[in-house]
Design a protein around this ligand. Structure first.
Ligand code: AMO
Length: 453
């Protein structure tokens, strides 16, 4: 049996006979001859079955998404048929033999590059199929690179990767957005964030990161919220101030963008995406300064509000882009009670904390900041926040035994993907999105109210 040649390598085999395996993406039956586009994990190539080919009968019966094995000859295209804009635009595979490895049912919609134009609901309902389209593949390739390069950068900075648990006895982030699970005859929670665990692990390894699923029982269906998220988390000891955390997160983004530019040029072009601009020093404003700016530029008075709402985030990003050219902006100094219990209050103005968010193109990508490292102060916050210290005993124990000044941050991988690619809905940037209405398919409710897929 001849070894398989990947489609991306065909150009190196002009004049040779090769074996190609893949799917039929395009089929044009021109009576005597049949033309195809074949697709494998490395790309596409045009194939032609000539009238005298032993494969002509099979080619006549072959339909879209059939899986085939082909023996063919790699021919250079005549000069007038060359197309430098597409992959393998200078060659063609002359099909000599063709075996159908698996048949496919007729497609429920147009999957061609030009004709693929589904509303989001249909796209998601048929994820098993739409995932085969180059547009979707480009999106998830970019996402894979974002996650990979987060890892790479963290490791280059001596961060240690750990696996965070998904089941926890208590919630870290507070609020109602938590999934309670039946844990045998007890109650437990799906982790909203590896926050408490990354802080514990940091007390042993100094610099730690994790790439893991987190769960938020978001009761609203917005374009930026999911119930299951890939969280890119980091935590670092021995910081001098929250600025160190800010700088580390900024450097991480800068590295990821640079790597995307290097490795995903094809995908970015295909998706007509332009990478967000990160200038030398990302503008950093306190919440109060941000609110003043929004008031000054838009007339909308949000001064004194506890947080920025989505409209404020969009306005602020537009203003900063206009003023500085930066697509990014950090906002810090939120009201202390607005953020979780572990965030460090500003010693000079304890009603505000040293927590920060990074916004890009109108959406929050990241939260982070300095944490409380003093055990007594932590206990005070636990009490003020009305938490049960027994439920977070493991976390508290770490803080009884010497913890340096520290901080950290977390990116949402889907939000990054969405904003980098200019997608309108976070579900487009999520392979199998979960929200209050969907787990794979839309949820319908049975008579007793239990959801069924
Ligand atoms: P936070 O709750 O802000 O911070 O979450 C961090 C980042 O995760 C993403 N994110 C979401 N993405 C989609 N749908 C959601 N429902 C959703 N919720 C959050 C966002 C957000 O910026 N423990 C802190 C992080 C830290 O301080 O280190 C935390 O979880 O991109």
């Amino acid at each position: 049996m001849k070894k398989r040649t990947y489609i991306e390598d065909l150009g190196k085999h002009i004049g040779e006979e090769v074996v190609v395996k893949g799917w039929v993406s395009v089929r044009r039956d021109q009576g005597k001859m049949v033309f195809f586009d074949f697709r494998d994990m490395t790309g596409t190539v045009q194939g032609v079955v000539l009238p005298q080919s032993a494969a002509i009968e099979t080619a006549k019966e072959t339909r879209l998404e059939y899986v085939v094995s082909i023996t063919g000859k790699v021919n250079e295209r005549p000069e007038k048929n060359k197309n430098s804009k597409i992959q393998n635009g200078d060659i063609e595979l002359e099909v000599l033999e063709m075996t159908v490895l698996a048949k496919a049912e007729p497609l429920p919609f147009d999957m061609s590059i030009e004709g693929f134009n589904l509303d989001l609901t249909t796209e998601l309902d048929h994820r098993a199929l739409t995932l085969r389209h180059p547009r979707l593949q480009a999106i998830f390739k970019v996402q894979a690179v974002i996650i990979d390069e987060f890892r790479e950068y963290m490791k280059s900075q001596k961060f240690f990767e750990f696996q965070a648990p998904a089941i926890a006895p208590a919630t870290a982030e507070g609020g109602a957005e938590v999934f309670e699970i039946k844990y045998f005859d007890k109650k437990a929670f799906l982790t909203q964030s590896p926050q408490l665990y990354k802080q514990i692990v940091m007390t042993a390894f100094e610099r730690v990161f994790s790439v893991n699923k987190v769960f938020r029982a978001e009761p609203s269906a917005t374009t930026r919220h999911l119930t299951e998220i890939v969280s890119l988390d980091a935590e670092m000891a021995f910081i001098d101030s929250w600025h160190d955390v800010r700088d580390m997160s900024e450097a991480t983004v800068r590295y990821i963008l640079l790597q995307l530019e290097k490795t995903c040029a094809k995908e970015l072009e295909f998706l007509q995406a332009t990478l967000p601009v990160m200038i030398e020093k990302t503008p950093t404003l306190s919440l109060t300064e941000a609110q003043d700016k929004i008031f000054e530029k838009t007339g909308r008075d949000v001064r004194g509000e506890k947080d920025l709402n989505p409209e404020d985030e969009r306005s602020l990003c537009e203003i900063i882009k206009d003023e500085t050219g930066s697509d990014f902006v950090y906002v810090y100094g939120y009201p202390t009670r607005q953020k979780p219990f572990y965030v460090y209050p500003n010693p000079d103005a304890p009603e505000f904390n040293e927590g920060m968010d990074l916004l890009c193109r109108g959406v929050e990508w990241l939260s982070g900041g300095r944490r409380i490292n003093n055990y007594e102060q932590l206990l005070e916050h636990v009490a003020t926040w009305g938490m049960d210290p027994h439920k977070i005993e493991m976390f508290l124990e770490a803080f009884r035994y010497g913890v340096p000044p520290e901080g950290g941050f977390a990116f949402g991988a889907e939000r990054m993907t969405m904003q980098i690619l200019g997608l309108k809905n976070i579900r487009e940037a999520t392979m199998f999105p979960r929200d209050m209405h969907r787990i794979d398919g839309l949820l319908t409710h049975g008579e007793d109210g239990t959801p069924s897929a």
